[in-house]
Design a protein around this ligand. Sequence first.
Ligand code: G3H
Ligand code: ZN
Length: 286
Amino acid sequence: PLVSMKEMLENAKNDHYAVGQFNINNLEYAQAILQAAEEEKSPVILGVSEGAARYMSGFNVVVEVVNALIKALNVEVPVAIHLDHGSSFEKCAEAIHAGFTSVMIDGSHLPLEENIALTKKVVELAHIHGVSVEAELERIGGQEDDLIVAETEAFYAIPSECENFVKETQVDCFAPALGSVHGPYKGGPNLGFERMQEVMVLTGIPLVLHGGTGIPLKDIQRAISLGTAKINVNTENQIMQTKKIREVLETDREVYDPRKYMGPGREAIKETVIGKIREFGSAQKA
Ligand code: G3H
Ligand code: ZN
């Protein structure tokens, strides 16, 4: 069933695992991720960027498709549909009214006070609807869809500001920028674990790690031990799907039936998600 992230992330934080947010781009992504979660008996978050929602003909279509799949595939694990990097109050409101159970408002490009004011406004609306809210402080580098942040603009969040931000806004979970990057890492990630620990202690709420693609297992485990309860993965599924499809197309130059390459691509997404669910420790936690 569709639920907000509130309870799943509280449980994850208390029990020291993380719930994966896996972004969807089309039907195959939604199928693969829901099946992986159900097989692993794991709670799961379907991330939907504004760009991906546009590609799928809008928020309403996304909600209808996901609801229909939950029914058709007999999905019993908790599922949240979450707006990823919501760019404005209006977009968050649109997603909430379409039936999203969770939204992220990304005001990380704004001055602190404006980010707080915007996030507060989204929280007020969302909580009336039982929808959970995630927010971001300081900017996460790299590129995801239309969101591009240069290295020179990506600073590490300051713990005292995080404390104030969470207290003022009453968000349900919180993504402080601490060195993670959207898309593949050049070299390895350089995560600010000391600050992460401080932010955990000062805010007390589940923390979110964006840019989950390419973070080594030991860093994942350390982040979880420091209060990270949600990890976002997008690029890795795209890479594995595309690699598989390319392989099929290169091996069989005659193939034209989309199911013959989209099907194996879907399988590759599912396997990737299962691997992440196990790394994050959320298997058998539904
Ligand atoms: O918001 C989504 C994520 O932070 C995904 O990051 O594409 O590097 O896995 P990624
Ligand atoms: Zn992100």
